[in-house]
Design a protein around this ligand. Structure first.
Ligand code: PGA
Length: 235
């Protein structure tokens, strides 16, 4: 399983340090073999060896240059960052990133050999139109994306489920993941209101290879509990 914690614009550097201490110790003591990835804000990046992976929530697709307010490859290399989240719904719908910009990020960071957690997902109006419309919408989010990239992880995150407490039914999650499985052999994560109460059952669904967790990952204890649930699934 792959478990990702997406902090978004939450947690200071100090809070992230305290959080990492809890999660790293949990992973070590319990000899966790699942992949754990934490995406803290840029200000909390540190040059410390970790037993969990650290990724970034975004970056600009250049080595360096005149891009005010952006972070580029050179700054990520300083922290040995080789993992990035691309196409998250908040970047698409709140920050206004276009598919063209997203595909450019994908191209640049895949050429740099980054592990890419690539997010797709439909708004509620599309979900209401049924499965065909939904998969068409997701197909458009794959334009310019190499689905055979070896370090690709795909995260299915319905926009209406993110941060709302709403989730699709297990059957609905399985239906989308089964359709995604026909398009790529990449691991498939589900994201959108995953919490301790539903993580185990979601990870047990067919074609679900892990979870991408926002709000509920902000508690180190809750995130560790989800890691424990993943470990239990293997037994
Ligand atoms: P959520 O966010 O768990 O708070 O719904 C998930 C995400 O945005 O990745």
């Amino acid at each position: 399983m792959i478990l990702c914690a997406n902090f978004k614009a939450n947690k200071t550097r100090q809070e992230t340090r305290a959080y990492m201490a809890v999660v790293e110790s949990f992973v070590a003591v319990n000899e966790i073999e699942d992949t754990v990835i934490v995406f803290p804000p840029f200000t909390a990046l540190e040059h410390t060896p970790r037993n969990v992976l650290i990724g970034v929530q975004n970056a600009y697709p250049v080595s360096n240059g005149a891009f005010t307010g952006e972070i580029a490859l050179e700054q990520l290399e300083e922290f040995d960052i080789k993992t990035i989240l691309i196409g998250h719904s908040e970047r698409r719908h709140v920050l206004g990133e276009t598919q063209e910009q997203i595909a450019e990020k994908f191209r640049f960071f895949s050429e740099q050999g980054f592990a890419i957690v690539y997010c797709v997902g439909e708004p509620l109006t599309i979900r209401e139109q049924g499965n065909e419309a939904l998969m068409c919408y997701i197909d458009d989010q794959f334009v310019g994306i190499d689905l055979s990239y070896p370090d690709l992880i795909v995260a299915y995150e319905p926009v209406w489920a993110i941060g709302t407490g709403l989730t699709p039914s297990n059957k609905e999650i399985e239906a989308v993941h089964t359709a995604l499985r026909l398009k790529t052999t990449a691991p498939l994560l589900y994201g959108g209101s995953v919490k301790v109460d539903n993580a185990g059952e979601i990870m047990a669904l067919s074609n679900v290879d892990g979870v991408l967790v926002g709000s509920a990952s902000l508690s180190a204890n809750d995130f560790c509990e989800m890691i424990a649930q993943a470990a239990e699934l293997k037994q």
